[in-house]
Design a protein around this ligand. Structure first.
Ligand SMILES: *Cc1c(COP(=O)(O)O)cnc(C)c1O
Length: 466
C-alpha cells in the first residue's frame, strides 16, 4: 500500500493479455453520437476509446479466475461450483444462506417479491434505479431517508451516504411496524456520488431496526469499497483490515442483495445472502421461477467458480487500495484543472457536477445528459448521466427532479492505466475551457421505464453564455 502516492500509483498487476482500443477521428465521433441519439448507452463499444460508462461487469479477471473457469461444474442441480461459492460467501460475508442470481437486479427482484406487501413502505438512503424499480413492481413505495448533505455536491462530509436517523424514525412512526417492509441501506450510495456509510451509522440504524422489529438489508454491490473508506475515514476503524470491517457490516443486517459485477471482479453474476431462513426459502422458490434452479440462479457453473475466486480476491487490502487510489487520482487531476466534481471523491467513480460545469443550462436542458454526450464527442471517452433523465417520472407522470445533475466517470477494475486516466482528465479539462458553447439536449424518444437506457435526444439551439 505504501508504494501508492498522490502522483504515482504503480498498478499491482502486470499485463498478460491485451485488448486493442482505438480513438476514432472527431468527425466520425460526432456522426456516431448523432446516430446514438446523444445517449451514451446507445453508442457501440467499438466506437469508444476509453469506456467509463460503468464499472459493472467491465472488470478484468485475474489469472486465478480464468483458471477457475475451467473447473466449472455444469451440473443442473447440486453443482460443486455452487458449493465453492457458498463457502466463499460464508467465509467473506458471513451469511449461511445463499441464492445465486444472474445479476444484482435478480436478487432485488427476489428480495422485493419476498418481503414487500402492496402498499408497504421501504426506507433507503437515496434511491438506486433498479432497486426502486423492483420495489415499485412489488407494490412498495420507496422513502428516502438519507442525510441532507448527500444532496449537496459541495459538502465535504466524509460519510455523505449516512442514514438520517431522525427521518428514519419519523417514517417508522408514520408507517408502524406493519407498514414498513424493510430498511435497505446502500453502502456506498451510488446516486449520491459513491458516498460511503459509516460503520457507526450502520450500527445505529441496526439498533433502531432491532428496537422497532424492522428488517434491515444492505445493497452489497460495492460493500468492499465502503469498508475500505471506513478504514480510511472513520477514526475508530483506522488501519483495520477491510475483510474484518466487511464482516462486521454484514453481521448487522438480515440480508444482502449483491451485484457481483462490481466488487467481485466478474463480468456477470449476483446473489441474495441472508441469515433469515424464511427469506431464504421464499427467495429459493422464486429463484426457480425467475432465474433458474437455486444452485445456479441463471449462471453457468464456470461463472459461479470465477465469482467464488473473485470474492476472495476483492478483500485483499492492496487491491482495494489501488482501486480507490485510481479513482481519487482521476478526481484530483480534474479538480486541479478547475473541473467541478463532487467531493469527497467516491470509491468507484468520479462524479462531475454538470450544473456547475454548464451553468448556462437549466435542469430541463438535461445538463448531465448533454455533458456526457459532449465528453464523448470531444474525447472518445464514454460516461453516464446521473441526473433528471436517470431519475425518471413518478406515477403521475411528472419528472422526478433530483438535486444533483451528475456525469459519472466509473473506473472498471484492473482495466486502465494511469496514462489512460491522464488522457481522460486532460480531454475533459479542455472541454471545460470551452463550456460556454455547449448546448443542452431535448428528448426525441422516451421509453416508459428506466428511460436512461434507451431514450434518444436532439441538441437544443445554443444559448448565450451566462
Ligand atoms: C449495479 C447495482 C445494482 C444492480 O445490479 P445489476 O447487477 O446491474 O443488476 C443494484 N444496486 C447498486 C448500488 C448497483 O450499483
Amino acid at each position: 500500500m505504501s508504494i501508492l502516492s498522490p502522483q504515482l500509483m504503480p498498478e499491482p498487476y502486470r499485463i498478460k493479455m491485451i485488448e486493442p482500443i482505438r480513438l476514432l477521428p472527431e468527425a466520425v465521433r460526432r456522426q456516431r453520437l448523432a446516430e446514438a441519439g446523444y445517449n451514451t448507452f446507445l453508442l457501440r463499444s467499438a466506437d469508444v476509446y476509453i469506456d467509463l460508462l460503468t464499472d459493472s461487469g467491465t472488470n478484468a479477471m485475474s489469472d486465478a479466475q480464468w483458471g477457475a473457469l475451467m473447473m466449472g461444474d455444469e451440473a443442473y442441480a447440486g453443482s460443486r461450483s455452487f458449493e465453492r461459492l457458498q463457502e466463499a460467501v460464508r467465509d467473506v460475508y458471513g451469511f449461511p444462506y445463499l441464492v445465486p442470481t444472474h445479476q444484482g437486479r435478480g436478487a432485488e427482484n427476489l428480495l422485493s417479491k419476498s418481503w414487500i406487501k402492496p402498499g408497504q413502505a421501504v426506507a433507503g438512503n437515496m434511491y438506486f434505479t433498479t432497486t426502486r424499480a423492483h420495489i415499485e413492481l412489488a407494490g412498495g413505495v420507496f422513502h428516502d431517508v438519507i442525510v441532507e448533505e448527500a444532496h449537496d455536491a459541495g459538502s465535504n462530509l466524509p460519510f455523505k451516504g449516512n442514514v438520517d436517523l431522525r427521518r428514519l424514525e419519523a417514517l417508522m412512526d408514520r408507517t408502524g411496524r406493519e407498514g414498513l417492509a424493510y430498511v435497505a441501506v446502500g453502502a456506498p450510495v451510488n446516486m449520491a456520488g459513491g458516498q460511503p456509510v459509516s460503520l457507526d451509522n450502520l450500527r445505529q440504524v441496526a439498533a433502531l431496526c432491532r428496537a422497532r422489529d424492522a428488517r434491515l438489508v444492505l445493497d452489497g454491490a460495492r460493500l468492499v469499497e465502503n469498508a475500505y473508506m471506513i478504514s480510511r475515514r472513520e477514526a475508530s476503524c483506522q488501519g483495520r483490515p477491510v475483510a474484518e470491517i466487511l464482516r462486521e457490516m454484514c453481521a448487522l443486517v438480515d440480508a444482502i442483495a449483491v451485484s457481483a459485477k462490481k466488487d467481485a471482479y466478474v463480468n456477470i453474476g449476483g446473489f441474495l445472502a441472508t441469515r433469515d431462513k424464511g427469506l431464504y426459502e421464499e427467495a429459493m422458490n422464486l429463484c426457480v421461477l425467475y432465474e433458474g434452479l437455486h444452485t445456479y440462479g441463471g449462471l453457468a457453473g464456470r461463472d459461479l467458480e470465477a465469482l467464488a475466486v473473485g470474492i476472495r480476491e476483492m478483500i485483499q487490502d492492496d487491491w482495494i487500495a489501488h482501486r480507490v487510489a485510481q479513482v481519487e487520482y482521476l478526481g484530483r487531476r480534474l479538480a486541479a484543472r478547475g473541473v467541478p466534481i463532487v467531493h469527497p471523491i467516491g470509491g468507484h467513480a468520479v462524479f462531475i457536477d454538470a450544473s456547475a460545469f454548464l451553468p448556462h443550462l437549466s435542469q430541463d436542458d438535461l445538463p448531465a445528459q448533454a455533458l456526457a454526450a459532449w465528453i464523448y464527442q470531444a474525447t472518445g471517452v464514454r460516461a453516464m448521466e446521473r441526473g433528471i433523465v436517470s431519475a425518471g417520472r413518478d406515477e403521475a407522470g411528472r419528472n422526478h427532479r433530483p438535486s444533483l445533475e451528475l456525469v459519472r466517470l466509473a473506473l472498471p477494475r484492473r482495466v486502465y492505466t494511469q496514462t489512460h486516466l491522464d488522457y481522460v482528465a486532460d480531454g475533459i479539462a479542455r472541454l471545460h475551457e470551452r463550456r460556454a458553447q455547449l448546448p443542452g439536449l431535448r428528448f426525441a424518444y422516451e421509453p416508459p421505464r428506466l428511460r436512461f437506457f434507451q431514450s434518444r435526444f436532439v441538441p437544443e439551439p445554443i444559448k448565450a453564455a451566462a
